[in-house]
Design a protein around this ligand. Structure first.
Ligand code: ATP
Length: 358
């Protein structure tokens, strides 16, 4: 069953939080809503859930119109499950009772489950891998276990749509990585349609079938993680997902000439662009290399060094611009050092993954 969001606008007084949003979500799809703070992610999720009504536009879940400026079905009248970053567990119910609760109290429980609640509870306890802790109270669980209970409670009645609002942001870094795998597994096992709000590009890239990148209440791009990363359609997307050094210049067939940096050797791109078209090329941090001494490239100075374990992140001031450069750990350069900045041959650029933004 598809979920359709059409022409959705939400205004709060002078603030327009959503400006005509259109998204068509396919049955079983995992959609991530990704964007910086204040871009309208939570507002969109609240409208999908029915906590709020739109100023304009419609939301149709399956066959049913659930939101418009005339109709707003409350959350309990929608066939949805929700997972919040705060877990929102009930302190007086044990794990098993949390999973059982929606099966007894929710309106939309499939008939086969309603007649056999205990079997479905067993199944879900198994999916979230908490069978052995079924009598524990929330206060006796770790953060990851609490989040698994919240996930189990949401999926138990097999909702048409599962909404998740930054569900991992209260967990520590290691557990977040672990829970990404668990949510992917849960999606695989249940084939639920998921709308997952996050400001973390890593989560969106790792888990989603498609990512909706939002900025200032508008959709910048909707596409698969691979497309979003390798063919961003706006400077905002290029910079928000994976970082990019935006270089202005001119395209001439498959050759790009930067306006400002004559010292950079720009390889041919292998894609034909319109002749003499002005545009911006997003250079990924891993597409750049640094060199010391008498090598080519733009001359620059290192203004920050961040060791990241498997790579090092540098900021290099060169040609009047701060460049973000990621290198392997074997290439070490000192803070304040003079370096040459070059494009790496064989990484990204020549594969024609650049996009013209006029
Ligand atoms: P964050 O990641 O920080 O939670 P977000 O992308 O979820 O941000 P929203 O909470 O949807 O952003 O807010 C979008 C815009 O709407 C912001 O400018 C916010 O200040 C505004 N806004 C949200 N709720 C209200 C409200 N109830 N009244 C007035 N303005 C609001």
């Amino acid at each position: 069953m598809t979920t359709t969001i059409e022409g959705l606008v939400k205004r709060f007084g002078q603030t327009t939080a959503l400006k005509k949003i259109d998204i068509e979500i396919q049955d079983g799809e995992f959609i991530a809503i990704l964007g910086p703070s204040g871009c309208g992610k939570t507002t969109l999720l609240r409208l999908l859930a029915g906590f709020d009504s739109p100023t304009e536009g419609n939301i149709i879940i399956g066959e049913k119109q659930v939101s418009s400026k005339h109709v707003t079905l409350p959350p309990e009248k929608r066939n949805i499950g929700m997972v919040f970053q705060s877990f929102a567990l009930w302190p007086h119910l044990n794990v098993r009772k949390h999973i059982e609760f929606p099966l007894i109290h929710h309106q939309y429980v499939p008939a086969d489950i309603k007649g056999n609640t205990a079997k479905r509870v067993d199944e879900v306890m198994n999916i979230i891998d908490l069978t052995e802790l079924s009598n524990r109270m929330p206060s006796e669980l770790s953060g990851g276990q609490k989040q698994r209970v919240a996930l189990g409670r949401a999926i138990a009645p097999k909702p048409e749509l599962l909404l998740m609002d930054e569900p991992l942001s209260n967990l520590d870094a290691e557990l977040r990585m672990e829970m990404r795998k668990e949510i992917q597994e849960l999606h695989r096992l249940t084939n639920a349609t998921i709308v997952y709000v996050t400001h973390d590009q890593g989560e969106a890239l790792a888990m989603a079938d498609r990512i909706v990148v939002m900025n200032k209440g508008e959709i910048e791009q909707i596409s698969t993680p691979q497309e979003i990363y390798s063919r961003p359609t706006s400077p905002f997307v290029a910079n928000f997902v994976g970082k990019a050094n935006l270089v202005e210049g001119t395209w001439d067939s498959d050759h790009f000439t930067p306006a400002q940096y004559p010292d950079i050797q720009w390889p041919d791109l292998g894609v034909s662009m319109e002749l003499k078209k002005k545009g911006i090329y997003p250079v990924r941090p891993e597409q750049l290399r640094l060199s010391e001494g008498e090598h080519g490239g733009i001359k620059g100075r290192i203004t920050s060094v961040q060791y990241q374990g498997k790579e090092i992140h540098y900021t290099v001031q060169a040609g009047g611009k701060d460049w973000v450069v990621h290198t392997g750990i074997l290439e070490r350069f000192e803070l304040g050092g003079e370096v040459g900045l070059e494009l790496r041959v064989g990484v990204g650029v020549e594969r024609g993954e650049g996009v013209v933004y006029s």
